[in-house]
Ligand binder design. Sequence first.
Ligand code: UD1
Ligand code: MG
Length: 431
Amino acid sequence: MAIGIVILAAGKGTRMKSNTPKVLHTISGKPMLFHSIDVAKSISDDITIILNHQAELIKERVIEVYEGIKFHIQDVANFPGTGGALRGIELADKKTLILNGDMPLLTKEALDMLLNTDADIAMSVIELEDPSGYGRVQIENDKVQKIIEEKDCTPHELNIKSVNAGIYAIKSKILNNSIPKLNNNNAQKEYYLTDIIEMGVQNGLNIVAVHGKEETFKGVNSKIDLADAEVIHQRRIKKAFMAQGVTMRLPESIYIESSVELEGECIIENGVTLLGKTKIINSHIKTNSIIEDAIISESSIGPMARIRPQSDIKRSHIGNFVEVKKSTLTGVKAGHLSYLGDSQIDEGSNIGAGVITCNYDGKAKHQTIIGKNVFVGSDSQLIAPVKIEDDVLIAAGSTITKNVKKGSLAMTRVPQKIIADFFYKFFGSKK
Ligand code: UD1
Ligand code: MG
């Protein structure tokens, strides 16, 4: 393989203040490391991830989703730092692209710019008003001279606003030669990968700085960075859907995970949350509804509806305060205040306000099957397992415990009693 990609992810991520490894924190529902892997995969299948801290946990999560990724455990005790991370790994024959596991906003276009140079080393540079936290890049007459890590900067160097984004495309031969030559004579006593620049300059190599946008190369080091990066990522997701023809009301208030699909003409109102492998086709999702791992097509949902995993809703209207879980609804109206779980409801059926499928008996979950053209009166409970055949009328306020045959009325109400003038007898007569 001509291009090999190395993703650095062995750092401790101390500034995240979390027991979860830094690179497993999510942006738009996907671990940061997976964002790096996905962009890497758009370029090459030769991918090596460098791990150390919580390596087993990270590796397990990666192999659940990806095949063919190589892992290398960095010897952090003896060779700490980004330069130490690259010791002892086998490199692809031509170029090595070095990415970080904590840069979830990287794009293929930005990486292509680094790869499309003939330079011995192409490095990414961004211009920042506030360069703090980054290595400063010393550039003289348009030529990169060296990278100085913040902790090693003189007060004068601290003012440099060109910073190292930390992404490089390097000829593998050069990397192989320079990694063993790095030393740790610096403030952090670490092997800095960044030192290969100065070394390269001394050896007369062709080093090119590729200027990129701050947004693309944003690194995540804290929970604040994580939230900021997610805002940027969310904007990208929503802009792409709007460009595709989706209407969004107040898009800044909408949250859509990266695995969600929207097809055809959809309207997504403010405050909507779409999670997991949700797929929405030609539907209208109204204010403050939340949908997770569900398929919605030709339907209107909400406002304030909750559609939970494994629901498949077609040509239906789901109104306010309706919760649906693991249910298949086709051509159904459930306008208000219902819980429909482990159910299957067919064409033309109407679910009245306050209807509950009692799917759980305290031990196991059971199915509620409702056929076509069934009218379930308000405030009824369907005690599962139960089957309601086509063309059935269930009287409001019924508790249905037995199956109901086609064409019937089912009613479990206590007959209404009228005692005339009881009110006056009880509270005393007005007269
Ligand atoms: C690094 C760069 C700095 C650049 C910045 C951009 C070095 C010496 N400095 O600094 O010039 O401006 O990135 O974000 O390279 N990692 C390992 N093993 C280690 C240490 C780190 O794999 O021993 C990984 C981390 O998991 C992370 C990446 O390398 O994904 C960068 O490490 P980090 O500690 O964030 O480096 P910075 O101090 O940000
Ligand atoms: Mg960093």
